[in-house]
Design a protein around this ligand. Structure first.
Ligand SMILES: [Ca+2]
Ligand SMILES: [Ca+2]
Length: 247
């Protein structure tokens, strides 16, 4: 139909267009683990407290009586993954169950660790201002011991919102707490590439001092890896090349 020269020229143009198009598209995330609790159960999770799923399809860490410094924890493990180039995204929703207890030194933690639960990252988010327990913190967990990587005195004291813990290919970690139905958010950025082996997602309540534990719910937990865009371009270019050869 076309001359060989014209066909080659067209193929080159198509490839150039593909590369330009792909360069403009952010890398697509690959979901490793997710749960929205809409099936009403905690199958696949280990429940070390009295956590349940409510009729709204959320995992509930209850208000109630516990001893100070008790942890309630819900965790799940999967085969360790090592995100290509270290880029990942860990997201979810939180809700404090009773706003009147927002001044208590209660906090939730969301952890992304290796399958053994010993190394990785933790976000700690409390609601009380004016002391260290009210801060938003990114903790680094090394052989089970936590150290602070970065802190922020929050501007957003939200009972409901979302969290995000992500790292890009340059090793820049972003912690972001969004307030629901608002443009307000808290943001921490810090560079750390200590860990790149993840096999455990953990949700925790930390109840620090006397008073009534405030209670939380969690929803839409998702852990994704983010492939390198260059690799995707090469994969698709390779696919285009194979198509061309099959003709
Ligand atoms: Ca389930
Ligand atoms: Ca849900």
């Amino acid at each position: 139909m076309f001359s060989k020269e014209r066909k080659t020229c067209m193929n080159t143009k198509i490839l150039v267009l593909l590369v330009i198009a792909l360069a403009a598209v952010p890398a697509m995330a690959e979901v490793v683990f997710q749960d929205n609790f809409d099936d009403g159960d905690l199958a696949g999770w280990t429940n070390t407290g009295n956590v349940w799923v409510n009729t709204d399809g959320k995992a509930v860490f209850p208000l109630g009586t516990k001893s100070p410094a008790d942890y309630y924890s819900l965790y799940t493990t999967f085969d360790n993954v090592q995100p290509e180039n270290g880029a990942f995204k860990f997201t979810g929703e939180f809700r404090f169950l009773n706003d009147t207890y927002m001044a208590n030194q209660n906090s939730f933690r969301v952890c992304l660790l290796d399958a053994a639960g010993l190394n990785g990252y933790t976000i700690r988010r409390a609601l009380k201002q004016d002391d260290s327990y009210g801060m938003l913190r990114l903790l680094k967990v090394t052989n089970g011991t936590e150290t602070v990587l970065a802190s922020l005195n929050p501007v957003v004291y939200a009972a409901t919102g979302t969290w995000e813990l992500s790292r890009d290919q340059e090793g820049l970690i972003t912690v972001r707490i969004n307030r629901a139905n608002s443009e307000q958010f808290d943001l921490i950025t810090v560079t750390d590439t200590s860990f790149n082996n993840f096999g455990r997602v953990e949700l925790k309540e930390y109840y620090y001092e006397s008073g009534t534990p405030v209670g939380f719910s969690f929803d839409n937990i998702k852990f994704e890896t983010v492939p390198e865009p260059a690799t995707m371009v090469l994969t698709i270019m390779g696919g285009a090349f194979m198509l061309k050869r099959r003709k």
